[in-house]
Design a protein around this ligand. Structure first.
Ligand code: LLP
Length: 421
């Protein structure tokens, strides 16, 4: 469910016409719906009501401060994977006590920052990381509460590039090594094992692999407790898929929650969840303007002013994003099969191949739907293109939450060596 709909023939975000935003802010521009963000946060919170549950929104999906503040006001915590994300979450007002720090490669400086902030939990991914965390925490006179991210050897996820839970993946501690690592942690200063963590992939559209992974985690919790570990939390990661196409049918949050309730029944743990895409994905679109059409012997190219630097997902994962014209067309309108491409000098700069769309003229605007997660956060200034602006809508009002940088700002961090002046 989202709040992007046609009203009076114009595509709106809530009560604001996307054309009005593009007129003021220009294109390409990301537009986010507060109502959709809130709705998704509430649907998840409601699904887990009555359980001891921390919903730690995965900041990597969309770390814009406006988005984070909106979710902070809904009571969300944060799952962060860098010092930068941690500072973003804190700046947005998310209490440190609701922040978990994931990721395979934390630096000592990042560990120190997180300890000084007083975060809820470190999700550790290797014996080497545990040793370093032990050193850093001990030096500060602190004890870091940790959960070991285990690799349950379960395949899941919408694309091989976003599957993380198989034995050959870089993520998590190999299943058979987990108990030894917990025993090691018990002997180390500065670290205390309080939980078990798992995250098997993203854009998962079936319950079964999640259930299989979570059941393995529960069995591990029981064994670890028998071995004397006081395991009181399980972190089940993110990964719940969203509908990118109208016919996609990922499990609804209440089905996901019912499965988790069943699997964790009687275990007496706090359940931590790290949803990213399911909260932010359908809460954002990328608005672009058609520049030219170019018929060629095999294809008709529609060249737009957004590029793969603005929205990487199609280039990285062959991801599908619905494309809607900002001006509604009748269902009976003539259609053309377009290859929708950007201006970047790369063949992978293609948003859609052979996509049937109504006839598009130069100057028409289009929205790439479901671009709220892993959209702006993955963007770059490749080809010296400024980052797209970001706008947050709330009812009938909107605000620019990240403006497009000027050329001077884009080169401001560069310096000319004296031999070139
Ligand atoms: N927790 C951990 C440890 C993760 O690695 C991720 C995502 C999440 C939570 C949030 O997963 P979600 O609920 O959003 O599925 N760029 C890719 C997705 C990469 C996901 C990386 N990890 C894409 O655009 O599809």
């Amino acid at each position: 469910m989202h709040h992007f709909h046609y009203k009076d023939g114009r595509l709106h975000c809530e009560d604001v016409s996307l054309d009005a935003i593009a007129d003021e802010v220009g294109t390409p521009v990301y537009v986010y719906s507060s109502a959709t963000l809130r709705r998704h946060a509430r649907v998840i919170a409601t699904a887990f009501e009555g359980m001891d549950c921390l919903i730690a929104y995965s900041v990597k999906a969309n770390g814009n401060l406006g988005v984070l503040k909106t979710l902070a006001a809904e009571g969300c915590g944060a799952d962060v994977v860098s010092g930068g994300e941690l500072l973003r979450a804190r700046k947005a007002g998310i209490p440190a006590s609701k922040i978990v720090f994931s990721g395979v490669g934390k630096t000592r400086a990042e560990m120190r920052l997180a300890l000084e902030e007083g975060i809820h939990q470190f999700n550790v991914e290797s014996a080497a990381e545990v040793e370093v965390l032990s050193e850093v925490a001990s030096a500060l006179g602190q004890t870091a509460e940790v959960a070991v991210r285990v690799n349950p050897d379960v395949a899941a996820g919408g694309h091989p590039n976003i599957s993380t839970g198989k034995a050959g993946d870089k993520f998590g501690v190999p299943w058979d090594d987990a108990e030894t690592l917990y025993a090691r942690i018990a002997r180390l200063e500065g670290v205390e094992a309080v939980g078990v963590d798992v995250h098997i992939g993203s854009q998962i559209d079936v319950i079964a692999p999640m259930r299989a992974a979570f059941e393995r985690v529960v069995s591990l919790v029981k064994r670890l407790r028998e071995q004397g570990n006081d395991i009181r939390r399980i972190d089940l990661g993110g990964g719940l898929g969203i509908p990118y196409r109208t016919w996609d049918n990922p499990p609804p949050p209440d089905e996901y929650a019912a499965m988790i309730r069943e699997v964790t029944e009687g275990l007496g743990v706090q359940v931590i969840l790290e949803p990213g895409r399911v909260i932010a994905g359908n809460a954002g679109v990328l608005v672009t303007e058609a520049l030219f059409t170019k018929p060629s012997p095999k294809r008709t190219f529609l060249i737009v002013d957004a590029g793969m630097n603005d929205l990487m997902r199609p280039a990285l994962y062959q991801a599908h994003h619905d494309i809607l014209p900002l001006r509604e067309r009748p269902d009976s309108a003539d259609q053309i099969s377009y290859d929708v491409v950007g201006p970047i000098c790369e063949s992978t700069d293609k948003f859609a191949a052979e996509r049937n769309l109504p006839v598009i003229q130069s100057g028409d605007r289009l929205a790439f739907m479901s671009a709220g997660a892993y959209g702006a956060v993955l963007s770059s200034q490749y080809n010296a293109r400024p980052l797209a602006a970001e706008v947050l809508v709330d009812g009938d009002r909107y605000a620019i939450v990240r403006r497009r940088p000027t050329f001077d700002e884009m080169v401001a961090l560069e310096a000319t060596p004296d031999w070139l002046t």
